[in-house]
Design a protein around this ligand. Structure first.
Ligand SMILES: Nc1ncnc2c1ncn2[C@@H]1O[C@H](COP(=O)(O)OP(=O)(O)O)[C@@H](O)[C@H]1O
Ligand SMILES: CC(=O)N[C@@H](CCC(=O)OP(=O)(O)O)C(=O)O
Length: 301
């Protein structure tokens, strides 16, 4: 067999092997959260866009929620505005909120939409303000140390939590074969803007759409223990213990919480996977070699 013929035979084999996986997910909705850290190169972004277009082409319905923490950080730095985080959430004053809205709703959202469309998809970019897609209220953060008799309330500014998702809009777009690309900006009862952690938005969107899967693409192999081993199949209690002993901190806190909550709220399974691996989404959906942290009521199929 010539080399060309051998390569073609391999391609045909790979496609054929994907058939049972494609059949399993046809017509199902998958919510994919694309973290700002997993957008670190043009090559990765292009690969992500192609994976999303391929999913749609075989009849699966991807809904994308994106982050952009590092990109917000870059512009804040250029503007000499300092920012800091509490429990993985950016403390957001009015000035920072303007920057968040510009970067997430403008630069990052349109960049992803453009990439998907250039590769043959029909992506529509939205923030939570479009048709009130993400209704939100101010997030209350509390902190308690062993010395304190009661928890103190910490004001982290214009940071929100999701109150409701406009599923009519998303269902309409999905039915029309569009790919929604959502920036995690919420709108309050009086039209005010809220900065919401993108993982939390993805979890709530997945719950509201009763998605088959929530995939959280990040810049690490998964949720790891202190020795660096990727942990999978964790219960709420195990996660609570890992938070209490400091194994889970920072940006992983909202991620693992929303992965658990989504499954408790009816999503088939949640996954935390390494978005730096080329074709991470395809590996997870169309093969048995998916890796990362799986939270599910079922066993990995
Ligand atoms: N137990 C843990 N396992 C893996 N990563 C962890 C853990 N605890 C904290 N982290 C941190 O969480 C980060 C992922 O969160 P984040 O930076 O917010 O990603 P993203 O931008 O993809 O949402 C990791 O890069 C790591 O620094
Ligand atoms: C409240 C809060 O922290 N919001 C995030 C929103 C973006 C985000 O979540 O981006 P990643 O997924 O890339 O981390 C922020 O301001 O960075």
């Amino acid at each position: 067999m010539t080399l060309e013929r051998e390569a073609a035979a391999n391609t045909a084999k790979v496609l054929s092997e994907a058939l049972p996986y494609i059949r399993r997910y046809v017509g199902k909705t998958l919510v994919i959260k694309y973290g700002g850290n997993a957008m670190e190169s043009e090559e990765l972004k292009t690969g992500f866009a192609r994976d999303i277009v391929l999913m749609k082409a075989v009849g699966i319905n991807p809904v994308v929620v994106h982050g952009g923490g590092p990109q917000i950080g870059d512009l804040l730095k250029r503007l000499s505005i300092e920012s800091h985080f509490i429990d993985g959430m950016r403390v957001t004053d009015a000035q920072t909120m303007d920057v968040v809205e510009m970067v997430l709703g403008g630069q990052v959202n349109k960049d992803i939409v453009n990439l998907i469309n250039r590769h043959g998809g029909s992506a529509i970019g939205l923030t939570g303000k479009d048709a009130e897609l993400i209704r939100a209220k101010k997030l209350t953060v509390t902190r308690q140390t062993p010395e304190m008799t009661q928890p103190e309330i910490i004001d982290i500014g214009h940071v929100g939590e999701v109150v409701g998702i406009n599923t009519d809009l998303l269902n309409l777009l999905v039915k029309g074969d569009f790919i929604p690309v959502i920036a995690p900006i919420g709108v309050g009862a009086n039209g005010e803007s809220y900065n919401i952690n993108a993982d939390l938005v993805a979890g709530k969107v997945a719950e509201a759409l009763k998605a088959e899967k929530l995939m959280l693409l990040t810049n690490i192999a998964g949720l790891m223990d202190k020795t660096g081993k990727v942990l999978t199949g964790l219960s709420t209690q195990q996660v609570d213990d890992l938070i209490a002993d400091g194994t889970i901190y920072g940006g992983m806190l909202p991620k693992i919480r929303c992965a658990l909550e989504a499954v408790q709220g009816g999503v088939g399974s949640s996954l935390i996977i390494d978005g730096r691996v080329p074709n991470a989404i395809l590996l997870e959906i169309f093969t048995d070699t998916g890796v990362g942290t799986l939270i599910s009521n079922r066993k990995r199929p």
